[in-house]
Write a protein that binds this ligand. Structure first.
Ligand SMILES: [Zn+2]
Ligand SMILES: [Zn+2]
Length: 419
């Protein structure tokens, strides 16, 4: 059976020479024109036009700017492949000839600093290859282009806008992310793969006064500082050594002037966890510590907690992952490996969770292989290889696009190949 699948894969991918031609150009265009979450109008139009050329159904405006292409090709499984489309408010510093100079409506610079332009380009290529070889597979291919991954609500928005009615029931969902690994490589992982993320805005109250009269104040700067220090004990003292959690206070704001004690402070806290139990334990510990420190300071009002940017756990289905990993091993050989668990987060799994389908999410390399090797030999990967969200993040076009396109085709054919 595997020989049949490999033959099918080779046949479908024989169109890659042609597809690569427009993919390279499309990628540069998308990279030069990034759009912030929920503003992906140009990107969506480019995608929809490309999907229409392939034939099949095209659904636009799903969950705002989402696009869904459906290629129905007889009786067989339904496979959903997802790419995210949005960019970040980062000023690009790659020096690339196709670097972004775009500015968002609110004046912030915009950059495809997370590589979602790679994802879009690869998925369009994979969809074109599969749509162009209908005699090689059977079933339904759903090519889903999701907005607003970076704001954690794009997948949910598509679900709430009736995604299930468009795609019906699906057998499996897959997605990929370009990562700071050598271009040409792919990595799969079973079980918890990307962390759950929670952001919390905490407002604590003090009593303002002249900076020279602390006796008249409840100083929220001191209060917030004690909270920051005490929060360092949550992971160190309350999470079991075998479990993993990250707690970062990324922002702390209070006051504006050296001689004025302000009346409140705002902390923004980010939490990453890999299981629900640790997640609730950490979130409860934060609330407990904040309330206790407020009491210790004699805070005149209860603290306020606001949750935002909440990402679900990406917990890859073992069977679906095994199937993809086996297909990758056959096709990519030693360039396929295991993906280390990532501390980053994704809202992709909101899609299959809502559709009641298993899913798997893998990584593809985007770093220049020679530069990566040199950094590795110097023991300087963390310092020298630009990571996602950095202003210097610049995946090499090839073999990144070829690898991401092939990975999607190989993954989809693990279900759809006619045998
Ligand atoms: Zn990102
Ligand atoms: Zn991303």
């Amino acid at each position: 059976m595997m020989v049949g699948v490999i033959g099918t894969t080779t046949a479908v991918l024989s169109g890659l020479d042609h597809v690569r031609h427009w993919q390279d150009e499309l990628y540069r265009d998308l990279h030069a024109h990034p759009e912030l979450p929920h503003q992906e109008r140009r990107t969506a139009a480019v995608i929809a036009a490309r999907l229409r050329e392939m034939g099949g159904e095209v659904h636009e405006g799903v969950g705002g700017t989402g696009v869904v292409g459906v290629v129905r090709n007889g009786v067989g499984p339904t496979v959903l492949l997802r790419a995210d489309m949005d960019a970040l408010p980062v000023r690009e510093d790659t020096g690339l000839s196709y670097a972004s100079t775009e500015v968002a409506e609110d004046g912030s610079p915009v950059m495809h600093a997370c590589g979602h332009d790679v994802h879009v380009t690869c998925l369009l290529g994979a969809a074109a290859l599969l749509a162009g070889a209908p005699d090689r597979w059977a079933g339904t291919l759903v090519a889903l282009f999701q907005p607003a991954e970076e704001s954690a609500d794009g997948a949910r928005g598509m679900v709430e806008d009736g995604l299930a009615e468009i795609v019906g029931s699906i057998d499996v969902a897959m997605a990929q992310h370009v990562l700071p690994m050598p271009a040409g490589t792919v990595g799969t992982r079973s079980g918890p793969t990307l962390s759950a993320a929670d952001s919390m805005r905490v407002t604590v109250h003090g009593r303002g006064a002249h900076g020279s009269m602390p006796q008249a104040a409840v100083d929220p700067v001191v209060l917030a500082s004690m909270i920051v220090v005490r929060l360092q004990t949550v992971v160190a003292r309350e999470v079991a050594p075998g479990d993993t959690a990250v707690l970062t206070v990324g922002s702390i704001q209070a006051g504006a002037k050296s001689n004025v004690i302000p009346d409140h402070a705002v902390l923004q806290i980010n939490v990453r966890t890999y299981d629900d139990q640790t997640r609730s334990r950490v979130l409860e510990a934060i609330e407990r510590i904040v309330r206790a420190e407020c009491a210790a300071s004699g805070s005149p009002a209860e603290p306020e907690f606001e949750m935002y940017d909440r990402y679900p756990l990406t917990d890859n289905d073992p069977d679906a992952t095994e199937r993809v990993a086996a297909a990758f091993a056959d096709f990519f050989g030693e360039r396929a490996g295991e993906l280390p668990r990532q501390s980053a987060s994704e809202d992709f799994s909101d899609l299959p969770r809502a559709l009641g389908a298993p899913y798997t999410y893998w990584g593809i390399g985007g770093s220049d292989p020679d530069a990566y090797r040199a950094a590795q030999e110097a023991g300087r990967v963390a310092q020298d290889v630009p990571v996602n969200h950095s202003a210097a993040f610049a995946p090499v076009i090839q073999p990144t696009l070829d690898t991401g396109t092939r990975a999607l085709v190989v993954g989809a054919l693990a279900w759809l190949a006619a045998t």
